[in-house]
Write a protein that binds this ligand. Structure first.
Ligand code: SF4
Length: 373
């Protein structure tokens, strides 16, 4: 079992060394900018096990469980150790969450929204750069620091290295290359990580400092092998919660060879080029893998998923969606039809991240995998 430090220990240690901790809501934000201010971003994807009645006092029942749980978590003290809250405008639900914090709940921590452009034009890059400038000014006031360009570029390079390492992990485990297709099997060594264990490592990127993540990824690459049995499939959606779904897929004879999850594969940003730090951060996000919440077209998502199926040998796609997630649900009917026409079958299951994995979901996944086998 790979040893991953616990989230609260990571936060405590970071603060003991003089840094601050930011609670960051999904999905896209400039990690390097926060680190340049000695702030550790720790992401909040729910979490699953909370008493949701606290959030329910402020939210309509048709708001997704990520937002319900996050608000309940905050109201029950789950974010008390954090110093800042960052809310990217990922969707209407998160925009609503940001407004509730600013206008009603008013937490002790300062709240910074980030508005994301919905395109890839030069105007979109400029818009996001301006958002980051505004965040920079806010963080200056809180920390009293004003990192220079060279400090920010240094932080960007470390984050780029961590993302490259994450990509490498996917490639070695799935025996493929994101750029050029199938690769040779690496002779196996060490303990074999299950899908669940692999995703524990991948998702450690949500809270570990990039340097520590690189260290753990290197350890996995050199000392572990991977369970690769089963029908290769792509897992798409927002977040693999409850994480038991990964065991359920494996037990039903599937192998998640790669993913298109908002918390994982949709954030495999490439290395940037610009020497202007804020522009480089903005470009990395805007030109990252297609994501409906950044306004990418269904056609782009279709091409991306079809390409992933080609290079990995995946025989189908599991759309694992969060109930009431409008951005995802808007795309799915057309996206699934386009994939079907291209010979890529898919199945869609909906979950609430706070619920145990329903038997009905396991049955549907099992039936889908049996058909693909
Ligand atoms: S699950 Fe969907 S609706 Fe909920 S916060 Fe994420 S993107 Fe928004």
């Amino acid at each position: 079992m790979v040893k991953i430090p616990k989230r609260h220990e990571v936060c405590r240690k970071f603060k003991e060394q003089g840094g601050k901790v930011a609670a960051v809501l999904p999905i896209h934000y400039p990690r390097a900018l926060l680190r340049a201010f000695d702030i550790l971003p720790v992401e909040v994807w729910g979490p699953p096990q909370v008493d949701v009645s606290y959030g329910g006092a402020h939210l309509q029942p048709y708001v997704c469980s990520i937002v319900h749980n996050a608000l309940s978590f905050l109201k029950t003290g789950g974010l008390d150790e954090t110093d800042i809250i960052i809310v990217p405008h990922t969707c209407d639900s998160l925009q609503g969450f940001g407004s509730i914090l600013l206008d009603f709940v008013k937490p002790r921590q300062p709240v910074f929204p980030i508005y994301l452009p919905r395109g890839k034009r030069s105007e979109d890059v400029e818009f996001l750069v301006n958002e980051f400038k505004s965040l920079y000014r806010g963080l200056e006031k809180i920390t009293g620091k004003s990192p220079m360009d060279d400090e920010m570029l240094k932080r960007i390079e470390i984050e780029e290295e961590a993302d490259a390492k994450l990509k490498e992990l996917y490639e070695i485990r799935g025996e493929f290359s994101f750029e050029s297709g199938k690769t040779k099997s690496r002779s196996s060594k060490g303990e074999a990580l299950s899908t669940y264990d692999f995703y524990r490592v991948v998702r450690a990127r949500e809270f570990l400092p990039a340097e520590k993540f690189i260290e753990i990824a290197d350890e996995v690459i050199s000392e572990y092998s991977f369970v690769r049995d089963g029908v290769p499939v792509i897992l798409s959606g927002i977040v693999p919660e409850p994480m038991e779904v990964l065991n359920a897929i494996e037990e039903a004879g599937g192998f998640v060879v790669v993913d298109d999850l908002a918390c994982c594969g949709r954030r495999l940003y490439g290395r940037g080029k610009s020497s202007e730090p804020l522009k480089r951060m903005a470009e990395r996000i805007i030109f990252g893998p297609p994501d409906v919440t950044r306004g990418n077209l269904i056609e782009e998502r279709f091409e991306h998923l079809k390409y992933l199926a080609e290079v990995t040998g995946a025989r189908g796609i599991i759309f694992y969606t969060v109930k009431f997630c409008e951005p995802e649900l808007f795309d799915l009917p057309d996206l699934k039809n386009m994939l079907k026409s291209a010979g890529v079958p898919s199945v869609q299951v909906e979950i609430d991240i706070g619920d145990p994995l329903p038997h009905q979901t396991i049955t549907r996944l099992t039936a889908f995998l049996e058909v693909l086998a």
